[in-house]
Design a protein around this ligand. Structure first.
Ligand code: NAD
Ligand code: MG
Ligand code: MG
Ligand code: MG
Ligand code: MG
Length: 341
């Protein structure tokens, strides 16, 4: 499969400037998309639930906030940026009754379309614009005159113009400044879930916890273990992002590089790859999506139990104490604590 990339000249901003856009949700992605679209000359309103905590933040930026149903009724392009697990209910209750033929339904992650929790009518364009970065970076880069690379995909092209519309939207949030890669809802959804489960979130968290447990159970001080298996991970990952695994190996000592070659494959042995394949299979056949969504529908009992167990791991207590030693990390626990309160 050859990769198709699009840049500024491939996208026509006037297409999105000619539409009436509703951004549903004003969180990480929602604030970035709506503010940057507005700055790109697009007519944007925000749709939020009654009593939403995000309302004051959006209004403070001069954005107009209405109910989700009103936003969907006014708009002819609706970008759904609520958490994935509530999108189906929000869509069925407030958006579907306000969709007309020729409207466009947009997503930043394909989960609900891929696994059938949202089934749009045939007359509507369905597309994806997914920046490859968290919302605050998407907004920061836009304001700096740059952009974060994005993925675009078209699931349903009712008007014949869905791809140009998606590219115009991507341009409006700065994506085409960096470059946009074409994908499908299936590829975006499955690869995104796999990456976060096997490597980025699941794999990395478990690797760090096992490393911490191994050292502390052998009698090493938890503070020392924390530095070696968690704190320094950022330095390594930064090097990988800058220049791949090769640059990371070039930068560390020869001792560390040799240890990487001989011990890495002992820790992450071929059975881990077999486990990864099993995780991917559960993503592909919908087993993971069903487990997540069924638990969410029941109020998230499994999710809450797992979150509490994770927070109770001894590495978290050690980390909270040690971060006080770093002037630039002293206050970095605050937003997280607020966010989960
Ligand atoms: P978020 O949790 O940061 O924000 C969600 C927003 O939706 C909040 O403003 C919240 O008030 C609102 N909301 C919650 N329930 C609602 C309801 N019932 N009705 C109306 N509004 C409601 O979400 P996010 O992380 O920005 O994720 C949004 C979408 O973007 C998801 O599909 C996600 O997969 C995708 N995405 C996120 C990132 C990221 O970095 N966070 C990156 C790429 C794609
Ligand atoms: Mg994801
Ligand atoms: Mg070291
Ligand atoms: Mg070296
Ligand atoms: Mg979260």
């Amino acid at each position: 499969m050859t990769t198709t990339k699009y840049y500024e000249d491939d996208a026509d901003l006037s297409i999105i400037q000619g539409r009436t856009v509703a951004v549903i949700g004003y969180g990480s992605q929602g604030h970035a998309h709506s503010l940057s679209l507005r700055d790109s000359g697009v007519d944007v309103r925000i749709g939020l639930a009654e009593g939403s905590k995000s309302r004051a933040k959006a209004e403070a930026e001069g954005l107009r906030v209405v109910s989700v149903a009103e936003a969907a009724a006014e708009a002819d392009l609706i970008m759904i940026l609520t958490p994935d697990q509530v999108q189906g209910a929000v869509y069925n209750e407030h958006i579907a009754p306000n969709l007309q033929d020729g409207d466009a339904l947009f997503f930043a992650h394909g989960f609900n379309i891929r696994f059938g929790y949202i089934q749009p009518p045939a007359g509507v364009d369905v597309a994806l614009v997914a920046p490859k970065g968290p919302g605050h970076v998407v907004r920061r880069e836009f304001e700096a005159g740059r952009g974060v690379p994005a993925l675009v995909a078209v699931e349903q092209d009712a008007t014949g113009n869905a791809k140009n519309l998606a590219l115009a939207y991507a341009k409006g949030i700065g994506g085409t400044r960096a470059g946009v890669i074409e994908t499908t809802f299936t590829e975006e959804t499955e690869s995104d879930l796999f990456g976060e489960q096997a490597v980025l979130c699941g794999g990395a968290s478990q690797l760090v916890q096992y490393g911490f447990e191994t050292l502390t159970e052998a009698g090493y001080q938890p503070e020392i273990a924390y530095f070696e298996v968690l704190h320094e991970l950022k330095l390594i990952v930064d090097l990988m992002v800058e220049g791949g695994i090769a640059k990371q190996r070039w930068s560390v000592s020869d001792t560390a590089e040799y240890g990487d070659y001989v011990s890495g494959p002992r820790v992450i042995d071929p059975s881990v790859k077999e486990n990864m394949k099993a995780v991917l299979a559960d993503i592909q056949d919908g087993t993971f999506a069903k487990r997540f969504m069924d638990d969410q529908a029941a109020g998230g009992p499994e999710f809450k139990k797992l979150r509490a167990a994770g927070e109770a791991h001894p590495i978290e207590k050690t980390g909270r104490e040690l971060r006080q030693m770093f002037s630039w990390l002293k206050d970095s626990d605050d937003d997280y604590t607020e966010g989960t309160a």
